[in-house]
Design a protein around this ligand. Structure first.
Ligand code: ATP
Ligand code: MN
Length: 153
């Protein structure tokens, strides 16, 4: 039923909960798994110049090793969890607006299930959903499984 599963991650604990559920499903359906970290260029614009933001958007991180390191750390974590269970995870990172990049990636790779957290690194917990998840739900016709951090011990 599910052939290609996308796990967007911001490296947060809630995203990690989503990883476990996604891998359970992947195992069951023998699905291909992708993980994607998006360097948020809207947030980056506050601290970086427009030239740097443009470079991030086109995937050339150059000397911005810190951004790249954070991205790699997040996706490597997902890949490591996969490896422990014998599941290959393809790691990707991109620059842009997270929800746009996630929705585009799902289209481009013909993903049939996106599994993501209800919250991430920065959110206000009063909100039912973080803004990235809410916007992904609004911008894709693909199936999305939202793993709620409060439902898990
Ligand atoms: P907000 O960002 O609105 O302040 P938040 O950080 O709590 O709130 P979201 O950012 O919506 O919530 O995060 C929810 C889920 O979205 C995460 O668990 C993760 O799966 C995904 N996600 C969030 N940011 C990114 C990102 N930059 N790249 C990839 N996936 C992301
Ligand atoms: Mn967030």
């Amino acid at each position: 039923m599910y052939e290609r599963i996308l796990i967007p991650t911001d490296g947060s604990e809630t995203a990690e909960l989503a990883v476990e559920e996604a891998l359970d499903i992947a195992e069951k359906f023998d699905a291909e798994v992708y993980t994607l970290y998006v360097v948020d260029t809207d947030a980056a614009e506050l601290s970086l110049g427009t030239e740097q933001v443009e470079r991030i958007r086109s995937g050339r991180f150059g000397e911005m090793e810190e951004l790249e390191a954070r991205a790699r750390e997040a996706t490597e974590h997902v890949a490591a969890r996969g490896r422990e269970r014998g599941i290959d995870v393809a790691e990707h990172f991109r620059g842009g607006r997270p929800h746009d990049v996630i929705a585009d990636f799902a289209e481009d790779h013909d993903v049939d299930l996106v599994v993501m957290g209800s919250h991430g690194r920065s959110g206000v917990r009063r909100m039912l959903l973080g803004s990235v998840t809410e916007r992904v739900l609004r911008s894709t016709h693909r199936s999305v499984l939202v793993v709620d951090e409060r439902e898990v011990e």
